[in-house]
Ligand binder design. Structure first.
Ligand code: SF4
Length: 438
């Protein structure tokens, strides 16, 4: 059984291609990756038809486009972090939608974890001399007669060194250095391992740089274009506020971020998780890492007496981490409201009613008429605030802007996107169906 043709981890066999045509293939890949969050299944149907020899050229072009993006990512850590994330999402979707047989799935697992680290259940029993292991037989029996078993799922064995998270959480049956579990339970770690492999491939692709001038030039061009493009993509999905002083538009901040912003302006301090919450948000508004370094350096009272260079060496690490430039190199997103309610700061959950009322009345309201309307709704708003903060927040939004929402606010960026649209600052796309978890 062959590796499915959509699996594009390895470099193309040859690079005899006109560099301009190559650049176009890379942009085609960017477009494909950008369409994915809106309708993943449709993207798979449109771009990745089931295998047919006549489609070989299409898949070859995908491989070339994907490879040029890796070369570009090798020169820019922010792009690297973006590429790993979006290619990881595409891999996950293709694995779900385009691997039909057990054989195909095992091949993908072996490509990602290594040939020697993945065994099918029968192979494991034979190779590990486990034919008489009654627990294993019982596990197989239980699993194959379970009503909750998902169609197409099967038992798989992966070497413990490849799935440390599953070992630490004791997911599956641990036996002779292997984790035995159903295939579906390995999917999360499979995606992570794919992303790790991609990171290695990006690093390897650097070997091609500095050899051919035409390739170096096209990589440099694309790096500049893509940096702007990816930056824009991270702002309101539209980017029309690029270059504007975002802090001159606090009305587009949802209540949680506005309260944190005022608190920081007033005291020069925020606790760690609140700094993270603000930092994720400012990043998604389009603040560059440098702008954010200056923002925290200039306003925080804890930096008094520190030079900017000292600040960069100490607190700067955390800020670069937010951008995926340190540590695990993950380009974090703003948490959803449900996560904020339990681990960060949401005024509807964390402020006492009297303080919350003051905050709601003092901000966003510019006319007496609006304030009067708010006053008449305050009781109902406060009564649901702590038990259902997103409902209270959506209700408050309607009062502030006198507009109906077609969907309840479940993510801070939703507030911002709607507000920008109403304020006429830009015409952003609709919010994503499902905001990303941090
Ligand atoms: S409900 Fe969400 S958007 Fe609204 S204030 Fe709370 S965390 Fe922010």
């Amino acid at each position: 059984m062959l590796l499915p043709n959509w699996f594009l981890l390895q470099a193309p066999p040859n690079l005899n291609i006109d560099v301009k045509a190559w650049k176009k293939l890379a942009w085609n890949r960017v477009q494909l990756l950008e369409k994915l969050p809106n309708n993943p299944s449709q993207v798979v149907r449109d771009y990745f038809p089931s295998y047919d020899e006549a489609l070989n050229q299409i898949y070859e072009d995908y491989r070339l486009g994907a490879y040029l993006l890796r070369l570009v990512a090798a020169t820019n850590s922010r792009l690297e972090s973006w590429l790993i994330e979006v290619e990881g999402d595409l891999f996950e979707r293709l694995y779900y939608d385009r691997t039909e047989t057990i054989e195909e799935k095992v091949i993908i697992f072996r490509q990602v974890f290594g040939e020697e680290n993945v065994l099918k259940y029968e192979e494991f029993k034979l190779r590990m001399d486990e034919e008489k292991n009654e627990y294993l037989a019982e596990l197989y029996q239980q699993y194959h007669t379970s009503r909750s078993r998902t169609k197409g799922d099967f038992l798989l064995c992966v070497h413990f060194s490849k799935v440390p998270w599953m070992v630490s959480k004791r997911k599956g049956y641990l036996r002779k250095g292997w984790v035995v579990s159903n295939e579906a339970s390995f999917r999360g770690v499979l995606k992570k391992a794919f992303e790790k492999k991609l990171e290695e491939e990006i690093s390897k692709s650097q070997d091609l740089l500095g050899i051919r001038e035409d390739i170096d030039n096209i990589v440099q061009d694309l790096e500049q274009d893509l940096s702007k493009h990816v930056q824009i993509r991270s702002q309101y999905s539209g980017g029309e506020l690029e270059g504007q002083d975002l802090l001159l538009h606090p009305e587009i901040f949802p209540p949680c971020m506005l309260q944190l912003y005022f608190e920081f302006e007033k005291t020069g301090r925020l606790v760690h998780v609140q700094r993270l919450q603000m930092g994720f948000f400012l990043k998604r508004l389009g603040m560059s890492v440098n702008e954010q370094l200056h923002f925290w350096y200039e306003k925080s009272v804890d930096n008094v007496g520190q030079t900017f260079s000292e600040f960069q060496r100490t607190s700067g690490y955390q800020i670069r981490h937010l951008y995926g430039l340190e540590g695990g190199k993950k380009d974090y997103n703003v948490p959803q409201c449900s996560t904020i309610a339990t681990g960060y700061f949401c005024p509807f959950v964390h402020l006492a009613p009297a303080v919350l009322i003051e905050f709601l009345k003092e901000n966003y309201y510019t006319t007496k008429k609006k304030l009067k309307i708010l006053n008449s709704h305050l009781n109902s708003l406060i009564s649901v605030s702590s038990s259902n903060p997103t409902q209270a927040c959506s209700q408050y939004f309607r009062l502030v802007y006198n507009r109906s929402l077609y969907r309840k606010i479940v993510h801070p960026l939703q507030w911002t996107r709607f507000a920008i649209k109403i304020e006429g600052l830009s015409s952003p796309q609709e919010p994503e169906n499902k905001p990303k978890e941090e």
